[in-house]
Design a protein around this ligand. Structure first.
Ligand code: 5AD
Ligand code: SF4
Length: 473
């Protein structure tokens, strides 16, 4: 899932007595990137840097970037030019660092083209304090080494983007899948799993701090695999999910992203078994045409995906399924596109992230296929996909009306200060009238009385006292 929203960060809780200076971090791209920024903040704080939410007060500005589509990169470049103009006007000397996937992809080019003084890839964040010092003295500051081991397992992220209720926890980094359209294997490197003890330690600490939800993150969580060298014991994703779920019944467990090829029945079984594992699966399909899926090297067919959906719904009748779809991949015909629409009709996804294909340097598709679907055709197909999805999202939400759902309150609704906002297990946002007896982090059983395609509207509610009791009003 990638919703590119820049978020400013703030954390001044325990700034050191002799700060080196202030760093401002802005994050783009996927949830993994947001979690990485929290790791970066932890590393910098340990080295005496203060984290500020005001770019005008920063000595160093770091942009944690996304390279997945060209548009994502253009936004970052534009933002940097804007910041540079602002600092010139204010006669400020502020260092700019590019982190993340764009750093890994463009490397020195970013410095040569005057976009940054510091370039640091996703596996090199431990070297950031040194890179900043180097840049400050006018030396070259680039580290884009990818690692086969780095999982930042010992680093306790500084929670920058959190509402105090839900937190991201990375469990696996990198991706070995090599889908032909995707730049991620080149920017985030090979797959490596984080040791289960370090994951459990982090989650236990979050629970102790009052967090009520964790989102286990990875490009492909289903390929999580850890072998204990001493005992030879293997911990796979299903095992890990169970371990995390058992830590506390009050803790909700989410995860993202699943790969249709790697999602196994034992994951579904463990989801069915633990009420606190949320009944939501993000399962990117990319296309409904087997021919296109083959060209994408996704490792499954349309029929295989549909059969998997059926199995998921057998195990978890109440599950919400969301997806990613690409419109206009190389060689996609009108028939292929129709197949995407009919697959959507067959599944009726609760929500989708929909993109038009964007050719990325170094990928297999860029090297061996022609990006031959004209832009206006890509746009038209994407619009058809978006329109259909909107119908399905609305239809799915309408099915919720009349039900009572357990909601974890996250905070005040963005649209109205008089409403609480929280999510159901299915990851659907619910808003309902604010009441001073309730607080973020509380569980409430809420009657769903209305909806839009994006939000459920709640009516009567009851605060949950005992998490084990069934949902009722
Ligand atoms: N063009 C368009 N969309 C892409 N995605 C990945 N690579 C590309 C690309 N080159 C989409 C996929 C993926 C999501 C994170 O971004 O749908 O699942
Ligand atoms: Fe996340 Fe990198 Fe993918 Fe962007 S390209 S969505 S930052 S992994």
């Amino acid at each position: 899932m990638s919703i590119p929203v820049p978020i400013t960060v703030s954390d001044n809780r325990d700034s050191p007595r002799n700060p080196r200076g202030a760093v401002y971090i802005e994050t783009y791209g996927c949830q993994m990137n947001f979690n990485d920024s929290e790791i970066v903040a932890a590393i910098l704080k340990k080295h005496g840097w203060q984290i500020t939410e005001n770019p005008d007060r920063a000595d160093v500005i770091l942009l944690n970037t996304c390279a997945i589509r060209e548009k994502a990169e253009e936004r970052v470049k534009q933002r940097i030019r804007e910041l540079q103009a602002r600092f010139r006007r204010a006669h400020r000397q502020t260092l700019i660092g590019v982190l993340g996937c764009m750093a890994e992809r463009m490397r020195k080019e970013l410095i040569e083209q005057g976009y940054a003084e510091i370039v640091c890839g996703p596996d090199a964040y431990r070297s950031l304090p040194v890179l900043i010092d180097r840049a400050a003295t006018g030396q070259e500051a680039v580290n884009v080494l990818l690692s086969r081991e780095e999982t930042y397992e010992d680093i306790e992220p500084v929670r920058l983007h959190s509402n105090g209720v839900s937190a991201f926890v990375s469990i696996i980094r990198g991706c070995n899948k090599m889908c032909t359209f995707c730049v991620v294997p080149f920017t985030r490197g090979r797959e490596r799993s984080r040791p289960p003890e370090s994951i459990l330690r982090e989650v236990r600490q979050l629970v102790a701090q009052g967090y009520r939800e964790v989102v286990l993150l990875g490009q492909n969580v289903d390929s999580y695999r850890w072998v204990d060298n001493r005992t030879g014991q293997v911990v796979r994703f299903a095992d890990l999910l169970g371990m995390v779920a058992r830590l506390s019944p009050w803790l909700r467990v989410r995860f993202s992203t699943s790969h249709p090829r790697d999602m196994t029945e034992d994951v579904l079984a463990v989801m069915a078994r633990y009420p606190n594992i949320c009944k939501h699966i993000h399962l990117p399909v990319q296309s409904g045409s087997t021919r296109v899926l083959q060209r994408m090297r996704r490792g499954y067919t349309r029929e295989w995906y549909l059969a998997l959906i059926e199995r998921i719904r057998q195990w978890l009748p109440d599950v919400a399924i969301t997806t990613d779809i690409i419109a206009g991949f190389c060689g996609e015909t009108e028939e292929d596109h129709e197949e995407t629409l009919t697959l959507m009709e067959a599944v009726r996804f609760d929500q989708s992230f929909m993109f038009r294909y964007s050719e990325r340097p170094r990928t297999y598709a860029q090297r061996y296929y022609r990006d031959d679907v004209p832009l206006e055709v890509k746009i038209r197909r994407l619009n058809e996909i978006i329109a259909l999805q909107r119908e399905h999202s609305l239809w799915r939400n309408q099915q919720e009306i009349g039900k009572i759902r357990r909601v974890l309150i996250e905070g005040t609704a963005t649209r109205s200060a008089n409403q609480w906002a929280g999510r159901t297990s299915q990851n659907k946002m619910v808003v309902f009238a604010r009441d001073t007896r309730l607080h973020p982090g509380d569980y409430v059983d809420v009657e769903i009385v209305d909806c839009t395609s994006a939000t459920l509207i709640g009516g009567r509610w009851r605060k949950v006292q005992d998490i084990q009791e069934p949902v009722h009003l």
